[in-house]
Design a protein. Structure first.
Length: 259
C-alpha cells in the first residue's frame, strides 16, 4: 500500500462544533439518538447533525468519543465533528480515540476539552483509501462485538423471564393443573385463565427458531423472547478474529486507544 501519510494538526483537519441545549431528551421519544459528554443520554424527534458522525465530550471528568452511523443530536456538553479535508468518518472516530483527544484538559477546575487545545495537537493522516481500509477492518470487529453484546442481552432477558415464569409466577405448576383438570385456587384463577389462552402452543420449534422462550411479564401479558436461529449460541462456539494481516503502521489504531 502506498506510503502517503501526511503530518498535520487537528485544526487543519476538523472543526469542533458545539452541541445545543435540549429539554426532555432523557424521557423523550423519537428516531434520533441524543449524545452528551459521555455517550448516549436519550432520544429526540429532530437531528442536529447528519450521519455518519463523531461526537467528542467537552465537559466533565468522563469525556467520551462516540460514532453514530445515523443522524443524531448533541447537547451542549459535547462537540460534533465537521471535517475540513477528505476524511472517512469512521477512521476519524478511531483516530480521535487513538490520539486521546478526550483526555486533553484546559487546566480549569471543571475538566474540559477546548478547541484551542485540540486544534494545535499533531497527527498523521493517511490517504482516503487507506483510511477506508483501516475503518473497514476495525469497524467489522466492533460490529461483531456489538452483535455479541446484543445477543448476550437477549439471552439474559430470556433467562430472567423464564426464571420468573417458573419460580416466581409458577406458570408450569398452573399449566400442569390445567392439563390435569385440577381445581385452581381462587388467588390464581385470573392467571390460570390467561395461561389457558396459550395452552397447546408449540414453543421452540426448530423450523422457526433454535432458541425461544415464553413467559408472562409483570402485567400477565405474554412475553415472547425469540432469537433468530442463525444468531443462537452453539455449544463450544468461540469468536476468533480473522487473520487480518494489519500493517504495522495501523497497529496503534483500535477501539479504546493504543495497543
Amino acid at each position: 500500500m502506498e506510503n502517503n501519510w501526511r503530518d498535520s494538526t487537528w485544526g487543519e483537519e476538523i472543526s469542533l462544533e458545539y452541541g445545543k441545549r435540549l429539554q426532555g431528551y432523557k424521557d423523550g421519544v423519537g428516531h434520533y439518538r441524543v449524545y452528551g459528554s459521555n455517550g448516549p443520554v436519550g432520544w429526540t424527534k429532530k437531528s442536529l447533525a447528519p450521519g455518519p458522525g463523531v461526537i467528542l465530550g467537552r465537559k466533565g471528568a468522563n469525556r467520551g468519543v462516540e460514532f453514530s452511523k445515523d443522524p443524531f443530536f448533541v447537547i451542549d456538553t459535547a462537540y460534533y465533528i465537521k471535517p475540513k479535508t477528505e476524511l472517512d468518518m469512521r477512521w476519524l472516530y478511531y483516530a480521535i480515540k487513538h490520539y486521546d483527544l478526550g483526555e486533553i484538559n484546559d487546566g480549569s477546575p471543571i475538566p474540559s476539552t477546548t478547541r484551542a487545545a485540540v486544534y494545535v495537537s499533531k497527527l498523521q493522516v493517511p490517504g482516503i483509501t487507506e483510511q477506508k481500509a483501516i475503518a473497514h477492518i476495525l469497524g467489522s470487529l466492533d460490529d461483531k462485538i456489538e452483535l455479541n453484546r446484543r445477543m448476550n442481552e437477549t439471552l439474559e432477558a430470556m433467562a430472567q423471564a423464564l426464571f420468573k415464569s417458573w419460580f416466581v409466577d409458577f406458570d408450569p405448576v398452573i399449566d400442569n393443573a390445567l392439563a390435569a383438570g385440577n381445581e385452581i385456587p381462587e388467588e390464581l384463577k385470573e392467571k390460570a385463565e390467561i395461561r389457558a389462552q396459550f395452552a397447546g402452543q408449540r414453543i421452540g420449534t426448530h423450523d422457526q427458531c433454535a432458541c425461544r422462550g415464553r413467559a408472562m411479564d409483570g402485567e400477565h401479558q405474554p412475553l415472547d423472547l425469540t432469537i433468530p436461529a442463525n444468531h443462537c449460541p452453539k455449544r463450544s462456539r468461540t469468536f476468533s478474529p480473522p487473520n487480518l494481516n494489519i500493517p504495522n503502521r495501523w497497529a496503534g489504531f483500535r477501539r479504546g486507544g493504543r495497543l
